[in-house]
Design a protein around this ligand. Structure first.
Ligand SMILES: O=P(O)(O)OC[C@H]1O[C@H](O[C@H]2O[C@H](CO)[C@@H](O)[C@H](O)[C@H]2O)[C@H](O)[C@@H](O)[C@@H]1O
Length: 254
């Protein structure tokens, strides 16, 4: 991954150069994760709103000729649309890739509901823990659990009891148990192929984004937001730097 040398606006000089280079490739796919990238992490998932400037920068990028913007989230698409407030000609990929072109089947919802019913009493027993029922998964959130030992024990219990037909998706202060094996990497490749994209930009901050970073090629541009090991080529410190990155990309595309 690139070194820390900073340029104007807080982007490293090599990232700024890479953005200028990728802006010349069309069709171009610009895809981003949501939580922790376009919206800072907060205690209540329903309060995670985009940073000022994000919506305008995304719209500028999407207005460029032969550029597609995609939102690729662990959230369900309906939730992502509502919480982000984004409106634009975007591709919406939710539930870690399980929601690609429309809603999921009732059969999957039934399996998810059984799972939610089983997890509910475990979560209710831990003050501050939160159960989020999503289209293809159930998420056990512990960000607001002050007893950290109890938080860890809850996540371990949910992890250990999950049957082999579920896909475990650990994330930031959360463990999701999914009823599909979809992942962001497979969804991103599908979208890239559907669009015939010559290059892809992907921004992400969490473990599930590593699936996307890993499937992309050296000619693509991958950016990890924040600390931690990553397969991404570049790094920015936080969502505020993502706004600068998107504005820089929009400027290069104009
Ligand atoms: O793929 P993403 O768009 O990054 O979504 C990942 C998960 O994001 C949400 O949880 C995370 O953000 C919350 C709000 O800031 C935070 O409270 C929580 O601790 C984080 O794990 C969302 O609630 C999940 O459904 C997404 O899968």
């Amino acid at each position: 991954m690139s070194g820390p040398a900073a340029s104007a606006g807080g982007l490293s000089a090599d990232l700024a150069e890479a953005l200028a280079a990728v802006a010349g490739r069309r069709p171009l796919l610009v895809a981003s994760d949501y939580d922790g990238v376009l919206a800072p992490l907060v205690g209540d998932p329903s309060a995670a709103v985009p940073l000022p400037g994000v919506a305008a920068a995304l719209a500028r990028v999407a207005a460029a000729d032969a550029v597609t913007v995609a939102l690729v989230s662990g959230r369900g698409v309906a939730d992502l649309r509502a919480v982000s407030g984004f409106e634009g000609p975007y591709r919406w990929i939710g539930s870690h890739g399980a929601e690609y072109g429309g809603p999921l089947t009732a059969e999957l919802a039934g399996r998810r509901d059984v799972l939610a019913e089983w997890l509910a009493p475990l979560v209710a027993a831990v003050p501050g823990a939160r159960l989020e029922v999503k289209p293809a998964s159930v998420a056990v959130h512990v960000r607001q659990v002050t007893d950290r030992a109890a938080a860890a024990a809850l996540l371990e219990r949910a992890d250990a009891a999950a049957d082999p037909f579920l896909t475990k998706k650990p994330g930031k202060e959360v463990l999701e148990l999914a009823v599909t094996d979809a992942d962001k990497g497979s969804a991103l490749l599908r979208l890239r192929d559907d669009l015939g994209a010559a290059a892809t930009v992907y921004l992400g901050d969490d473990r599930t984004d590593e699936d996307a970073f890993r499937v992309l090629s050296p000619g693509d541009l991958t950016v990890k937001v924040g600390e931690g090991e990553t397969a991404a080529r570049y790094r920015v410190p936080d969502p505020a730097a993502v706004v600068v990155l998107l504005e820089t990309l929009a400027g290069a595309l104009d």
